[in-house]
Design a protein around this ligand. Structure first.
Ligand SMILES: NC(=O)C1=CN([C@@H]2O[C@H](COP(=O)(O)OP(=O)(O)OC[C@H]3O[C@@H](n4cnc5c(N)ncnc54)[C@H](O)[C@@H]3O)[C@@H](O)[C@H]2O)C=CC1
Ligand SMILES: O=C(O)[C@H]1O[C@H](OP(=O)(O)OP(=O)(O)OC[C@H]2O[C@@H](n3ccc(=O)[nH]c3=O)[C@H](O)[C@@H]2O)[C@H](O)[C@@H](O)[C@@H]1O
Length: 441
């Protein structure tokens, strides 16, 4: 089938590339000319494992093209996927400007009947609004159907998630439109769940809100474990053995970041408020997450008193490993707080430094290896569990830091190892080790 994908961010580009990989003729359209030029040359504008290879392969097979021209993309297309951003507005609501603009772009450039598929995460009722905009701006007497097909991929494993997802949700009014999108996805071999449009829109928000709740819940348990001298990793493992609970998404840490959980939880609280529903549970999830992001700073302040003049190694900047995405990363909050407290921040990330420079305080110093960041540091903050960070050995810390003092927001290291090697080590929901003073060996 011939498919247009509008927006080539994390979702649009991965969707376009994967749909071409299963044999569809895909044209991706974006308003960002520089991005389109890069993609035409087979260069991915985002870091996503496995993506660039598939991209090049399908450009060569003649199945994948990129354009800034909407008409070119929609002409003869059976389906047009909307995958533009729905960022958070200041009041917490989802900003639907880009979605509305794309609906106008599609309608005004149509040359045939089409099914418009919304991949972007949009509040309940948005697809009805999209349909109204489409009908109002139609370029001719064409039939247009709207389908909600929310996306569940994770950054850092987006290609794998697209081929091995748990479900494909299709929300539609017209069963024929739903069948067409089911047929598009058939080669993926993933179970399809069909429902009405509003329920499909809600499935996306409910899923992200539930996952965020799981994380805030385990973080609260971790904070309790610290006070009650229990070990959160064992607690999570023991809980997770119950199939009803499941063992995934129970890693305690410095809170969730990224482009979606923070904005989608806020948006759902807003969506609820429009129908006079006070979503107290979700408000608490958000609040717990905010507090959790400051947890390393609190621990460092308790340890050192003032952070003024301290040299800090900030290890990992992206909101999670295997992505260069810095949106809502805890490292932003941490670097800002550290600089405000008068500390000197030396930051390392294997791939996010260019994106980080736009968001971290100007005083931040960037280095090319975790070892370099540790040089003469008073203490280290472990922010992202990159393999390069997890691979650091006790000697790496001891040889380079003034004193080996680590505040680990991702529980990267073994407690016994740290204890044995005389490293002062604070992690999340586990007992701190060597807190009664360490000496340089
Ligand atoms: N990032 C993620 O992992 C996931 C994101 N989502 C949702 O998918 C949507 C897209 O997210 P991302 O891919 O992260 O966004 P993004 O911000 O990375 O990319 C959006 C792209 O759309 C382009 N664009 C904007 N207006 C346009 C127009 N009128 N015509 C053509 N292109 C246009 C922009 O230039 C940009 O390249 C959001 O609603 C998000 O909540 C859903 C699941 C996962
Ligand atoms: O709507 C979206 O954009 C996507 O949001 C998340 O995907 P993503 O944000 O890419 O990454 P996750 O792996 O979910 O991690 C999100 C944050 O939670 C944190 N996290 C995750 C799991 C965990 O156990 N503990 C924890 O602190 C991560 O460190 C990260 O900061 C969801 O997992 C996807 O299903 C969804 O499609």
């Amino acid at each position: 089938m011939k498919i247009a994908v509008v927006g080539t961010g994390y979702v649009g580009l991965v969707t376009g590339v994967c749909l071409s990989e299963i044999g569809h003729h895909v044209t991706c359209v974006d308003i960002d000319e520089q991005k389109v030029e890069k993609m035409r040359q087979g260069i991915s504008p985002i870091f996503e494992p496995g993506l660039e290879e598939l991209m090049k392969n399908n450009i060569d097979r003649g199945l994948l093209t990129f354009t800034t021209n909407h008409k070119e993309a929609f002409s003869d297309a059976h389906a047009a996927y909307i995958a533009v951003g729905t960022p958070q507005r200041e009041d917490g609501q989802a900003d639907l400007r880009f979605i509305e603009q794309v609906a106008v772009d599609i309608a005004a450039n149509l040359t045939n009947d089409i099914v418009v598929v919304t991949k972007s995460t949009v509040p309940v009722g948005t697809n009805e609004r999209v349909k109204r905009i489409l009908l109002k701006n139609l370029a001719g007497d064409y039939k247009v159907d709207v389908v909600s097909n929310p996306e569940f991929l994770r950054e850092g494993s987006a290609v794998n998630d697209t081929f091995k997802g748990d479900r494909i949700v299709i929300g539609a009014e017209n069963p024929e439109a739903a069948d067409l999108i089911e047929a598009v996805n058939k080669p993926f071999g993933i179970p399809v769940f069909k429902t009405d449009i509003r329920s499909a829109e809600m499935i996306k928000y409910a899923s992200n809100a539930f996952l965020a709740t799981k994380i805030s819940f385990i973080n609260e348990i971790a904070n309790l474990c610290e006070k009650l001298e229990a070990n959160v990793e064992d607690v999570a493992a023991g809980m997770g053995m119950d199939d009803r609970i499941g063992n995934k998404f129970l890693n305690a840490g410095i809170g969730y970041g990224g482009s979606c959980f923070p904005k989608d939880t806020s948006a759902l609280v807003q969506i609820a408020s429009y129908v006079q529903h006070d979503f107290n549970l979700l408000k608490s999830v958000i609040e717990v997450n905010k507090v959790q992001q400051h947890m390393l700073i609190q621990k460092a302040k308790t340890r050192f008193g003032s952070l003024e003049g301290r040299r800090v190694a900030l290890l990992g900047l992206a909101f999670k490993p295997n992505t260069d995405d810095m949106r809502e990363a805890a490292s932003i909050v941490l670097a800002q707080e550290l600089v405000k407290e008068g500390a000197e921040v030396v930051a390392y990330d294997p791939i996010s430094i260019e994106n980080a420079k736009k968001l971290l305080p100007a005083q931040t110093v960037y280095v090319n290896s975790p070892e370099e960041a540790l040089l003469a540091a008073d203490f280290a903050f472990i922010v992202t569990e990159w393999k390069e960070v997890k691979a650091l050995t006790p000697e790496d810390f001891k040889e380079r830091m003034k004193l080996p003092i680590i505040f680990d927001g991702r529980n990267c290291y073994n407690l016994n190892e740290m204890e044995k090697h005389n490293i002062e080590y604070y992690s999340v929901g586990r007992k701190p080790v060597n807190v009664n003073g360490i000496k340089k060996d």
